[in-house]
Design a protein around this ligand. Structure first.
Ligand SMILES: [Zn+2]
Length: 566
């Protein structure tokens, strides 16, 4: 849509008086934004009147944020609002990551697919069963996309097709235990071709050693041979702009990705490059090797997270402390014995000394997350060290006192990776990466990183000043759009989709994590509110204003199923 002369007053809506940051990294400018028919119709000073006006004085007007690493494949069928992503200004998500979609799936494999999601993505089986019902309205991937398009959704959704469902569809339960025959590989190639022709943005797959699925077996994609991966990459190469997303294995993955990038003639993006992680090692050698491979013709884009990777546990089985001999020695102790040990002053001194000697940053990276108290729950999200100093106690004493007081139900979370802030700042400045990894929709009772967009703006832009606001917005908008081929999104420019977020740069941020039981069958999950997000618009319609949904899930919703441009 081009702006017609004399049509200056014909906007459906004008966002007036804000500072427009267009997502490209260019400096913000004072401008009004005129919207018509779901598109940006004009950008400039003092645009004419419109049917509706939004006052954005003192606020930033930016493209809606794009979250390219989510697992909403199942949740979208019972929660078309895709909570909590839009709360944080996200207007487009990519689903099907790591190859864990739910289509194509033959009816007799539905339980295996749900069990896979339960095991690998920590989704509640009751919630999945309750949310999807027995009769899924799709079998093939094109039918799945059509189901989404017909039912509608609050924000835009682009889908990768999953290697795991494709493999299960062709091989049945043996998909988790053996390599495929040539015939089976051709059958998988046909399914991939069918999905790409229907608008899938690419293929998601996992080689990650930690990804186990039904019956505790490796997820099917992990069992694929190198030849199978090559064959599927060649199919991607038949389609312009189709991408390959991989949850990486622990070793030798860069050379493999470089080969697949050449065969697929497109982007290979992987999860994840961490600032620090014992399994990965330091990031710099990896960054250097990626630069070399990309200079030689590959397009490898590592996904990074702007938040530490947290793992939550209780004190009946404190997994994260299992490396400490005094904790390991408790082994199969009864609850009473465990409580007695936690109360013992010698035990406490031993644990404190072990921590100080071997993992000095452990307590600094540990946060209290959940303290059950008589008659209810105290919802908290604060650092153990800070809380201990507030109470004038030693951190180990605070932890173990709370553990005993809560009958060992105290839950805390400890960063397992990505907690080195200096390194993380370097990764955020590396222009070959893409910020992603919210895992939104997965591990719902463990994490809520769906709030990473407001976190990035509040923490890395405003508090730490590691990024300018223009660069922060670019990382959340045009950069993911460019990597994933989301044409017409991620930039505020005339003629593009009116996906817009208006926020207050002085207050934007992610609120503390909270526990709710709003999933099907009362399943529990973590959520986080956003601060400073004033308005979220999707395809020209206001979805949220001042932190409240304006569109309700029973009305036609403004999001669209995006299909890769053919
Ligand atoms: Zn994932």
């Amino acid at each position: 849509v081009r702006l017609q002369q004399g049509a200056m007053t014909a906007f459906d809506l004008t966002i007036r008086g804000g500072t427009v940051i267009d997502g490209t990294g260019r400096a913000g400018v004072a401008a009004d934004v005129g919207i018509r028919d779901g598109l940006i119709a004009a950008l400039g000073p003092r645009l004419g009147p419109a049917t509706h006006e939004i006052d954005a004085r003192g606020l930033i007007v930016a493209p809606g944020f794009i979250d390219v690493h989510t697992h909403y494949d199942a949740q979208i069928l019972w929660d078309p609002m895709l909570t909590v992503s839009p709360w944080h200004g996200v207007t487009t998500v990519v689903i099907g990551n790591c190859g864990f979609g739910i289509a194509p799936t033959q009816p007799q494999h539905r339980d295996l697919i749900l069990e896979t999601l339960q095991v690998v993505e920590g989704m509640s089986l009751e919630a999945l069963r309750g949310g999807l019902g027995r009769d899924w309205p799709f079998v093939t991937f094109p039918e799945y996309l059509d189901t989404l398009a017909t039912r509608g959704m609050a924000i835009n959704v682009a889908a990768l097709v999953g290697h795991t469902p494709i493999r299960l569809y062709v091989m049945g339960p043996e998909a988790a235990t053996r390599t495929a025959t040539e015939d089976e590989i051709s059958a998988m190639s046909m399914l991939l071709r069918e999905a790409l022709a229907a608008g899938a943005f690419g293929l998601g797959t996992s080689r990650a050693a930690t990804h186990n699925g039904f019956r505790g077996l490796p997820v099917p994609s992990r069992v694929a041979s190198a030849d199978e991966l090559r064959a599927l990459a060649r199919v991607l190469g038949e389609f312009d702009g189709a991408i390959l997303q991989i949850a990486r294995p622990n070793t030798d993955y860069l050379e493999m990705m470089a080969e697949l990038a050449v065969l697929s003639k497109g982007v290979v993006t992987y999860a994840a490059l961490f600032a620090d992680s014992e399994a990965q090692g330091p990031p710099q050698p990896i960054q250097r090797r990626i630069a070399e491979l990309n200079a030689a013709g590959a397009t490898i884009v590592p996904q990074i997270s702007c938040r530490p990777v947290m793992f939550e546990y209780d004190f009946e089985q404190p997994y994260m402390l299992g490396w400490a001999p005094c904790i390991a020695a408790l082994g199969r102790c009864s609850q009473e014995e465990r409580r007695a040990a936690y109360a013992d002053s010698v035990f406490r001194r031993t644990l404190a000394d072990t921590l100080a000697a071997q993992r000095p940053a452990f307590l600094r990276n540990t946060r209290l997350s959940y303290i059950p108290i008589a008659g209810g729950r105290e919802l908290v999200d604060c650092s153990v060290e800070e809380e201990a100093s507030r109470r004038g106690a030693a951190p180990v004493d605070l932890l173990l006192d709370l553990a005993i007081a809560t009958n060992l139900e105290l839950r805390v979370s400890t960063a397992v990776a990505n907690s080195d802030e200096q390194q993380l700042a370097e990764l955020l400045r590396d222009r070959s990466t893409v910020v992603a990894l919210s895992d939104a929709g997965a591990h719902a009772n463990q994490i809520c990183d769906a709030c990473y967009a407001t976190y990035l703006l509040g923490y890395w832009v405003r508090e730490k000043r590691v990024l300018t606001i223009e660069e922060g917005v670019r990382l959340l908008t045009s950069r993911p759009a460019e990597v994933f081929g989301l044409v017409g999104r991620g930039t505020l420019a005339v003629g593009l989709a009116a996906d817009v977020v208006v926020f207050d740069p002085g207050t934007v941020g992610a609120g503390p994590l909270m526990r709710t039981n709003d999933f099907p069958a009362g399943a529990e999950r973590l959520t986080a509110e956003a601060r400073g997000i004033k308005m979220v618009m999707v395809n020209g319609r206001v979805l949220r204003a001042d932190g409240v949904d304006v569109c309700q899930s029973r009305q036609p919703l403004p999001g669209r199923l995006l299909r890769r441009a053919l």
